[in-house]
Design a protein around this ligand. Structure first.
Ligand code: HEC
Ligand code: HEC
Length: 215
């Protein structure tokens, strides 16, 4: 479906991605180590983030300007933790996380494009959206602060190990929680499988409303 969307929009490959067509053999690069190396070197970091910003103009078709998505089923990337994002890019490229469009596109990116893009998005701010339903949000808040905060933080912003989920798009949150819960193989993670197994559809709706409204 997303492939059809991209095709029907007639999306061109970002210029930076097209120019680097010769340098695609990045599968063996340790992305986490490269991210650390780049982050510690201000000059290198400025040039890698510049590349990331160029590539982001392509991602913006779906993920929105600065990573604030305007499509509820497409995640925000703004304010997301770089280590988490790098890990997701790796999961798309080795098939642990399945999405046909994202898998294809990530194979076309060099390691420095990946590092640059996650550093670029980490520096962007998430736009706040108030909760649509105050009663559901209150239920979601209660659930969240019993369970989810332990890893995603009491403010929902995660840390270097865990994803930021505060302000995430509602349809995307619902889809992700159901993917973990149903265990169809689209998204596999034993920790999240365990936590979502205990959630009813009503719990999921309440969490979606609350988490998407967190700042
Ligand atoms: C045609 C639309 C489209 C374009 C263009 C696109 N994405 Fe995505 N992206 C998606 C969708 C849809 C998902 C959710 C996939 C899923 O979970 O099934 C996603 C998920 C992601 C995720 C996982 C986020 C998370 O919170 O786990 C990352 C990282 C990502 N995209 C990066 C990128 C980058 C970088 C680019 C540009 C090089 C890009 N995307 C371009 C549609 C798109
Ligand atoms: C013990 C730690 C832990 C707890 C508690 C936990 N999570 Fe997670 N969560 C994770 C990890 C690890 C990931 C990354 C999994 C992956 O790579 O797919 C994750 C990923 C997610 C994602 C996907 C983020 C994205 O951008 O795609 C969502 C949504 C999420 N968790 C929601 C929740 C909710 C809601 C709760 C409470 C019911 C919760 N989590 C409790 C560890 C935890």
């Amino acid at each position: 479906m997303v492939v059809l969307l991209a095709g029907s929009l007639g999306l061109p490959l970002a210029p930076a991605m097209a120019q680097n067509a010769q340098a695609r053999k990045t599968a063996n690069v340790d992305l986490q180590a490269r991210l650390k190396e780049v982050a510690l070197d201000p000059k290198l970091s400025a040039s890698v983030v510049k590349t990331g910003r160029q590539v982001a103009s392509f991602c913006a078709h779906c993920h929105g300007e600065g990573g604030n998505s305007a499509i509820s089923s497409v995640p925000n990337l703004a304010g997301q933790n770089p280590d988490y994002l790098i890990e997701q890019l790796r999961q798309f490229s080795d098939g642990r996380r399945r999405n046909e469009f994202m898998e294809g596109m990530i194979k076309a990116m060099t390691s420095d494009e990946k590092v640059g893009i996650v550093m670029f998005y980490a520096g962007e701010k998430v736009a706040h959206k108030p909760a649509a339903n105050a009663a559901l949000a209150a239920r979601g808040r209660e659930y969240y602060h019993k369970v989810c905060w332990q890893c995603h933080g009491s403010d929902g912003r995660g840390n270097e190990h865990f994803a930021r989920i505060a302000g995430q798009q509602p349809d995307y949150l619902r889809l992700s929680l159901k993917q973990y819960k149903q265990g169809t193989g689209a998204r596999v993670n034993p920790i999240m499988a365990n936590f979502t197994k205990q959630m009813s559809d009503n719990d999921i709706e309440a969490i979606v409303v609350y988490v998407s409204s967190m700042e």
